[in-house]
Design a protein around this ligand. Sequence first.
Ligand code: ZN
Length: 194
Amino acid sequence: MNTRDGHPEQLLPWYANETLSPEEKADVEQHLAQCEQCRNEVALLKRLREQVQKEEIPSPGEFGFKRLQRAVNQEQRVHSVPPAWWRPALAAAVVVILVQSALLVNLWPGPKPMTPLGVDHDGAVLQITFTPDSTIAQIQKLLERIQGTIIDGPGAIGVYRVRLAMDPVDEREIDRIVTRLRQERQIVTHVSKE
Ligand SMILES: [Zn+2]
């Protein structure tokens, strides 16, 4: 199983989604039986999912990461600071939810940066649009590989803001990541530095 620190964090969104294979599901359930941390996360993911499903037809303006972020921020006030494993799994869940809503498909027409270059930004942030054909698993893997977390999106034209785990910011490394992403033509249609 794909684990970090022994937690099947990458599988939890799929578990909450009920799309795991029977084998994976059994593995996760075995872990959940003995891990309260992961049980709590599954509960959170399921709540997020229900909340999204209750919505009627999503419109790009109201639907999306912002609202989920609000829901998540409320969670954070109730429970303390989330542990480090929490963010990537949540980002994955957000991608799952957005892809299910076909927003990636609907919002993709073409690339354009959301904010002009040089505007004050939070660390190393890339603006990425994904191809309509890219799968959740592909996006998830890509984000893992660049150690990226979706912090915002999709914008009106399908742009996601992805923060790279990088401290201090290393411009040359960012350039290398951008170059690598531009080669992922099956998944990424556009990538730019913020
Ligand atoms: Zn666990």
